[in-house]
Design a protein around this ligand. Structure first.
Ligand code: SAH
Length: 248
């Protein structure tokens, strides 16, 4: 069975979009994963095929109807019963690389894309749907969020990325941002590549990269740094990762 994504959306023509290109697109063309975009409107039953209604309690905008969404989810579950059903929502738990890894290791995903004010809340418990956010900002619809989630999963599928190891040193995998990268030319507008990277001394290069990753994480992502630092201080194996010019 190949990794299968089902997207429930009011705009199926937005898919595969960017995922039809580059590595993800090639992997899809070669049968490494599949994507089916299903129109939520196909599950409306009234003559206007309406999918939304005004919010209970008043307020602006429209809300996606639970009965229509539930029929769409049920149809997707019939197609891929083992795939978790996630709804893209700024009210969900923030997506992490760890969750992406779990999803990529499974049979696939069913993703619900919201529009307007979002989903009738009863859907989540009623159908065991997990709300997921891609960050603390508001998009106009869940489709771009679904593309983000799928991109993150598909690049981890076996055979999609060129070098199998290049997924492992990335930002977040170690709890740190990744170290900075450089390539030719060695001098550009008076800026040079750090000397250590041209030394050929791999132990020194590794130590330099770890120190850079730690500094950048501390300065740019104090939230990640706090978690990493507390684990490192507590664990005996983590202590060995300390850089030699850092105080113990
Ligand atoms: N009124 C809602 C926002 C609705 S935005 C609220 O304040 O919570 C419309 C749709 O865009 C949502 O239903 C969701 O599917 C999608 N969306 C917006 N921001 C998102 C985010 N940060 N992560 C995931 N999906 C998001």
């Amino acid at each position: 069975m190949i990794w299968a994504a089902t997207i429930l959306t009011l705009y199926p023509e937005m898919f595969p979009g960017p995922l039809g290109q580059s590595l993800a697109g090639r992997a899809m063309a070669e049968g490494g994963w599949s994507l089916e975009a299903v129109n939520i409107r196909d599950f409306a039953t009234d003559k206007h095929r309406s999918v939304d209604d005004t919010p209970a309690g008043g307020g602006p905008g429209m809300v996606l109807r639970v009965d229509v969404l539930a029929r769409a989810v049920d149809a997707a579950r019939e197609r891929n019963p083992a795939a978790p059903v996630l709804a893209m929502s700024p009210r969900g738990a923030p997506l992490t690389q760890a969750r992406v890894r779990e999803l990529a290791a499974g049979p696939g995903v069913t993703l619900l894309c919201g529009r307007f004010e979002g989903f009738d809340e009863r859907l989540f418990e009623g159908r065991g749907v997990e709300p997921v956010s891609i960050g603390d900002y508001i998009l106009s619809g869940g489709e771009t969020a679904a593309l983000v989630l799928l991109d993150a999963c598909v690049r981890l599928l076996p055979g999609v990325m060129g070098a199998p190891s290049s997924g492992e040193q990335e930002s977040f995998e170690s709890g740190l941002l990744e170290y900075p990268h450089y390539t030719r030319p060695p001098a550009w507008e008076g800026r040079t590549i750090p000397e250590v990277l041209r030394s050929g001394d791999h132990a020194r290069i590794d130590a330099w990269r770890l120190a850079q990753a730690e500094t950048d994480t501390r300065l740019r992502r104090p939230d990640l740094w706090e978690r990493y630092d507390s684990v490192r201080v507590r664990s005996p194996s983590g202590a060995r990762r300390k850089n030699k010019d850092e105080k113990a």
